[in-house]
Write a protein that binds this ligand. Structure first.
Ligand code: F0G
Length: 464
């Protein structure tokens, strides 16, 4: 007998209350926050799906590990545990801890990337792009074509465009210091990348003598999708699949706040001795000595345990199913979203839901505000606010206007998701009455974090 309900594979040992607010309170909170959900106080949010980064619940084994943290400045036991856990999965020679993923990016690009260089990727995450552009280099997105069609069902919409990769490397000899693939492709809808694609991209890079890196934040979720969807991998463990994935790369950057199951941390891992030396020197300058890299010993312990828990099959089955469960409800109610559902998040297709709002009145942003106003739910737009401003100061539309509902790991239960689904159904009913927003204050870079906005019609939902 097998049962159809896939349960949360844990029981709850500690709880953190969440707080209901009234619609009027949320309306006032939005005005104070300049209609930017990043500027809300978290206690004013009921269900927080802003990010899956650092927001997960740690396990009792992780907390127990933290008690064993060795806080020695140099050569701590915790570092060697951490290094062994990373090496078992990645097989990479040099493991350099950092305080989070973007620090690994800054150190890698600060050492290997120069002005005028080009770094291709399936889709760069915002911090990756910003760290490359900060070096005066070009962050080039070359996702596969399926990625551009949100409603299209395809198993590996996170793949890189191999022909484009070949072309970029052939046309720019000496100007591509490294190529990357992001697993899963966060900015492209949390979609997985196949092993066939990683293997082929690696072969292209080898042929052009270009180092090949993974942005490995969600490597465990990507491994699970490969197990489910790629021929020949159904009987392999997520660990074995991850090991094969890393066997094709020269290095990786990692935010341990995702599939490290920790609240903070990250690493850079690579094989090249001389590049690793350069990176460690820069690390000492800004992060810390190479055996702690800006982390406490106890953080290293939490990550060492977390990396293994992220590869647990029961956990991955539940994790991927929770997002698909919400996707099924959206599908049944005609709420457009990126199909199939991704690993860590559901991505609503705001362009399809709000076709009357032009890109420069930011439909995904407006939708995010309505989900908060009506249901206290916080989400994050991956849209023209995030990607619209160009390095030369001009503005152009992003490829897609998506609203990401990211699931923190091991935090919310099925009833939270059922509540969320009710809020989405209401937003769909209100859609024709939702109006866009304009930017009234904007910082020079990464504008989505701190810009302030105003509703173009004076209110978010008209005709109330
Ligand atoms: N790469 C990807 C694919 C990411 O998703 C993130 C973070 C980073 C790099 C940077 O890692 O935050 O530890 O510095 N993504 C978070 C998110 C913030 O909400 O998707 P970090």
């Amino acid at each position: 007998m097998t049962f159809k309900t896939i349960i949360e594979p844990f029981r709850i040992k500690t709880v953190e209350p969440i707080r209901h607010t009234t619609r009027a309170e949320r309306e006032a909170a939005l005005a104070v926050a300049g209609y930017n959900l990043f500027l809300l106080r978290a206690e004013d949010v009921l269900i927080d799906l802003l990010t899956d980064s650092g927001t997960g619940a740690m396990s009792s084994a992780q907390w127990a590990g933290m008690m064993q943290g060795d806080e020695s400045y140099a050569g701590a036991r915790s570092f060697y545990r951490f290094e062994a856990a990373v090496q078992e999965i990645t097989g990479l020679k040099h493991v350099i801890p950092t305080h989070q993923g973007r620090a690994a990016e800054r150190i890698l690009f600060g050492t290997a990337v120069n002005a005028g260089d080009i770094v291709p990727n399936n889709t760069h995450f915002d911090t990756t792009r910003a760290n490359i552009e900060a070096r005066g280099a070009v962050a080039l997105d070359i996702p596969c074509d399926e990625c551009r069609h949100p409603q299209l069902e395809a198993p590996f919409k996170g793949n890189i465009d191999l022909a484009a990769l070949e072309r970029v490397l052939a046309e720019n000899p000496g100007k591509v210091p490294l190529a990357m693939i992001t697993v899963t492709n966060n900015s492209g809808g949390g979609q997985p990348v196949s092993l066939a694609n990683i293997r082929a991209a690696s072969a292209i890079c080898r042929r052009h003598s270009v180092p090949f890196y993974l942005d490995a934040c969600r490597f465990a979720e990507n491994s699970w999708f490969i197990k489910l969807r790629e021929e020949g991998y159904a009987d392999k463990t997520p660990l074995a699949i991850a090991q094969e994935m890393f066997s094709y790369v020269d290095g990786c950057t990692m935010s341990a706040k995702k599939d490290g199951m920790a609240n903070i941390g990250g690493f850079l891992a690579l094989n090249d001795d001389s590049l690793a030396r350069g990176c460690k020197n820069l690390l000492i300058l800004t992060e810390g000595f190479p055996t702690y890299g800006g982390l406490a010993g106890y953080d290293l312990e939490a990550i060492a345990v977390g990396l293994k828990e992220a590869l647990d099959e029961d956990y991955l089955r539940y994790r991927i199913r929770s997002v698909a469960y919400l996707g099924d409800i959206c599908q049944a109610n005609g709420i457009p979203h990126v199909r199939p559902t991704g690993g860590h998040a559901l991505y609503l297709d705001a362009k399809a839901l709000l076709p009357h709002i032009p890109w420069n009145e930011y439909p995904a942003w407006a939708l995010s505000l309505v989900l908060y106003l009506e249901g206290g739910v916080r989400s994050v737009p991956i849209d023209s606010v995030m990607f619209g401003r160009q390095p030369d100061g001009s503005e152009k539309p992003a490829a897609l206007e998506l609203l990401r509902l990211a699931f923190p790991r091991r935090v919310y239960t099925q009833s939270h998701v059922d509540y969320l689904a009710e809020v989405l159904v209401l937003a769909k009913q209100l859609a024709p009455r939702i109006r866009g927003v304009k930017i009234v204050e904007e910082p020079p870079v990464l504008r989505h974090f701190t810009s302030r906005f105003a509703p173009v019609a004076g209110q978010l939902v008209v005709g109330e």
